[in-house]
Design a binder for this molecule. Sequence first.
Ligand SMILES: Cc1ncc(COP(=O)(O)O)c(C=O)c1O
Length: 401
Amino acid sequence: MRIAERIREISPFFVMKILAEAKALERQGRRVIHMEIGEPDFPTPQLVVEAALAFIRAGEVKYTPSAGLPELREAIAAHYERHYGIQVPAERIFITPGASGGLLLSLGLLLDKGGQIALADPGYPCYSNFVRVFDGIPCLVPVNETTAFNLDVDLLRNVWNDRMTGIVIASPANPTGAIMDPQVLKGLLDYVHKHAGYVISDEVYHGLEYGECGFHAPTALKFSSRALVINSFSKYFGMTGWRLGWVVMPEELIEGAERLAQNIFISAPTHSQVAALASFSEENLCELERRRLLFRERRDFLCQGLEKIGFSIRAKPEGAFYVFADCSRFSRNSSEFVMDLLAETGIAVAPGLDFGIHHSERYLRFSYTLPVAELAEGLERIEAFVQRRAPAVPLKLEKLC
Ligand SMILES: Cc1ncc(COP(=O)(O)O)c(C=O)c1O
C-alpha cells in the first residue's frame, strides 16, 4: 500500500505522544496534571445539552442544507451585530464541522497546486498541514515579542511573492494568546488585498479575551468584506466535541463554497446545530461570562507563578487559554524538558516544537484549562523539578531574530 506523497510531510502532534505517556502514567496510578490540552475543562452547558437531547428524541436527525440551518446562520449574524456592531448577511455564513472544517473548506476553495500561504511561526500547526493537503506550500514567517508574536506588514512584505495565495492569521492566537492590534490587522488586510490575495482570519478564541469584557479583539470583518473569517463553537462556547464552527465567506466565494461544502461535508452535524442555537440564550451567555472570568483568574495566577519560578513570558497572553513560556533558563531543548517534566513530576505540557520551527526549543505551551488549585499544585511540582536541575547554558537572546 502506498500513501500519498503529501501525507508524508504532515507532521504528527508531539503533544499526542505526551498525552499517551500521561495516560500510561495514570494507568500506573500516578496523578497527572494536564496542561497540554487545548480544550476548556467546563462541561457543555446543561441547557445546550437539553436542547440537543430533545431534538434527538424527536427523531428528525437528518441532513441540513449544506451551508447550515437557516436559523443558526441568522443567530450568528445577530451575534456579530450584538458584539461587534457589524451587519453580516446570513447568506455569507457557512456552518462547518468545527473550525477545522472551516479551514478545510476555505483552503480548498483558494489553493492551487504550489500556491503559498504565509503563516506566523509559532502558530497553530494544522494550518501548515491543511495547506499541504491541497498541495500548497506553507511559508513560515518567524515572529517574536517585537510584534507580539503576530505577523505584520513589514514581515509579510519580506516574503510576499507571485505564488502567494494569501495568509492565515489568528487573534487571539494559539499558542501565545496574543491579540492583534486593530491597525496591524487593517494593514495586513489592505496589503494582501492590494496584492489580490486572501486573508483567512481565524477567530476561534474570540470572546475569550481578558480585558474588562470579552469580544474586544478586532474581527477582520470590521475592516473588510473580502476576508474569510473562521470561528467555532469549541472554545468560547465550550462545545469541542460537538464539532461545529462557521466561516463568514466573501460574497464572491459563496457559490464555490456551496459546491465544495456539499461535496466534502454534505452538512455539519444536525443535532449540534440545534444545540448551538440554544447557546445564544441570555442564560447561557451569563454562564459563559462567568467562565471567561475564571479563565482570566487562572491566566493571572499561572503567569505570575511561572515568572516567579524563572520562566520568561515574552508577551503576556491577552486571550485564549495558553501561556507560551521561554524555558531556556532551564533547558536548551524544550522537547526533552517536557518528557523529563512528565516522567519526574507528572506534569504534562506541550513543547514549542508543536507550533513551529523558529526557536521552538526555547518554548513550552501551558494550557490553563484546569482550576486554580490544580495550577497551584502544578506550579509547586514544576518549581521543585527545576530546582533539582542544573541551570542550562544560556541561549543568547540576540540569536532570536
Ligand atoms: C487556532 C485554532 N484554530 C482552529 C482550531 C480547531 O478548532 P475546532 O475544534 O473548532 O475544529 C483550534 C483548536 O485547537 C485552534 O487552536
